[in-house]
Write a protein that binds this ligand. Structure first.
Ligand code: SF4
Ligand code: SF4
Length: 110
C-alpha cells in the first residue's frame, strides 16, 4: 500500500436507523414544536451562557436527534434559563419551556 503521509479520518456519518430515539419521541409528545427547529442558530448567537461555556441550543437539539444524549445534557448544564433564545427564535419555539422538558425527560426517564 502506498504511504501518502496522511490517513483518512474516520467517517462521522450517523446511522439514524441504529439510534434509540425513544426519549426524543417522548420529548416531541410534550413539545411537538421541537420538531420545527430549522437549526438556524439564532438561539446560539444570543445565548447568555454560550459566551462563557460550550452551550448551543441548536447543537443540543441536533445532538438529541442523533441520540447523543450525554453531549446534549453536558451542554444544557450551562443553561441559565434566561429565555433570550425564546425571544429570537424565528420559528417561535418556546425554547425555554423545551429546555425544561428536556431536563425533565432526559434526567428522569432512565
Ligand atoms: S433559534 Fe429556534 S429554529 Fe433556530 S436553531 Fe434555535 S431553536 Fe432552532
Ligand atoms: S435560556 Fe439557556 S439556552 Fe436560552 S439563551 Fe438563556 S442560557 Fe442560552
Amino acid at each position: 500500500m502506498i504511504d501518502f503521509g496522511f490517513t483518512l479520518s474516520k467517517s462521522s456519518a450517523v446511522n439514524l436507523t441504529n439510534i434509540d430515539d425513544s426519549k426524543f419521541n417522548a420529548l416531541l409528545e410534550v413539545e411537538p414544536d421541537a420538531a420545527r427547529c430549522m437549526t438556524c442558530g439564532s438561539c446560539a448567537g444570543s445565548c447568555s451562557a454560550g459566551v462563557f461555556a460550550p452551550m448551543s441550543l441548536r447543537r443540543v437539539i441536533a445532538a438529541l436527534q442523533r441520540g447523543a444524549d450525554k453531549e446534549a445534557l453536558s451542554m444544557l448544564s450551562h443553561c441559565m434559563l434566561c429565555g433570550k433564545c425564546t425571544l429570537v427564535c424565528p420559528r417561535g419555539l418556546n425554547t425555554r419551556h423545551i429546555i425544561l422538558s428536556i431536563m425533565k425527560i432526559y434526567n428522569t426517564a432512565d
